[in-house]
Design a binder for this molecule. Structure first.
Ligand code: SF4
Length: 259
């Protein structure tokens, strides 16, 4: 018994500092929130779009735009177009699909909350309902397991999302929300619809990863059923391929008003 207590004491506190006592520890090659130079225009968009495998680059009103909902953060656009840079900012999630699109010259909305049209806070009803407890059912709808594994990590002691009242449930009947990963393959469409229908009302839908948001690299595949996620109208979009655990934890805590 004494040995067990001593071992526990020696191990110390293993949960990471983020978000209560500091910033997350990110790998050197981490690619976070993109920044686009204010003068990036049509010619730059053409060059960057030619390198992009997911059609995430476009041009709106003569300005280069990058859709984080389609982006797989491969960095190819930045390698051919120096006007695109990927910062180390892990805060990528949005409550509205349109807020995932970054335009040339946009400032980081989290650092400039008074100068942005991005919706930085969730609807008040969501915070009221889930601020103390958010039970989620995860559905891998044809995912490659990358998003699933990096979401799984949040349940380990290193991230411990349970300390914020966020847990994964074995049944959708006990869940407040559904977290969907994968592009929704045709084979998974019915299972996903049934799982969604089994949740009690009200509930939230979370699209986790480029595939769940836009189809990602499978967007053109005839074997996917994107209309299912369109019908659900997600309350939270978490970009990435896969989203880093810090991005997902930041997103979930914002959703329940804890950040
Ligand atoms: S980093 Fe994103 S926008 Fe750039 S080429 Fe890759 S997928 Fe396209």
């Amino acid at each position: 018994m004494f040995k067990a207590i001593l071992a526990r004491f020696k191990q110390g506190y293993k949960t990471g500092k983020f978000p209560l006592k500091g910033e997350p520890k990110l790998p050197d090659n981490f690619m976070g929130r993109p920044e686009i130079a204010a003068d990036a225009g049509e010619a730059d968009a053409k060059i960057a779009a030619s390198a992009c495998p997911t059609g995430a680059i476009s041009c709106e009103n003569g300005k280069l735009c990058l859709d984080m909902g389609k982006c797989i953060f491969c960095g190819k656009c930045a390698s051919v177009c120096p006007k695109i840079k990927f910062t180390k900012d892990w805060r990528l999630a949005a409550f509205r699909r349109e807020d995932l699109i970054i335009h040339a010259g946009d400032k980081n909305p989290f650092d400039n909350p008074n100068e942005t049209t991005v919706q930085l806070t969730p609807p008040k009803e969501i915070v009221k309902l889930y601020k103390n407890s958010l039970k989620l059912r995860e559905v891998s709808a044809g995912g490659c397991a990358a998003c699933e594994l990096d979401f799984n990590v949040l349940g380990t002691l290193a991230w411990d999302m349970g300390r914020f009242g966020i847990n994964v449930m074995a049944s959708p009947r006990h869940a407040d929300g559904i977290l969907v990963t994968g592009p929704v393959s045709k084979n998974m469409a019915l299972a996903l619809e049934k799982t969604h229908a089994a949740m009690p009302e009200p509930n939230v839908t979370i699209a986790c990863g480029a595939c769940a948001i836009s189809g990602g690299i499978y967007a053109e595949s005839p074997e996917t059923a994107p209309e299912v996620m369109e019908k659900f109208k997600p309350d939270l979009y978490i970009p990435g391929c896969p989203p880093h655990p810090a991005t997902t934890l930041d997103a979930l805590l914002r959703l329940i008003g804890k950040l």
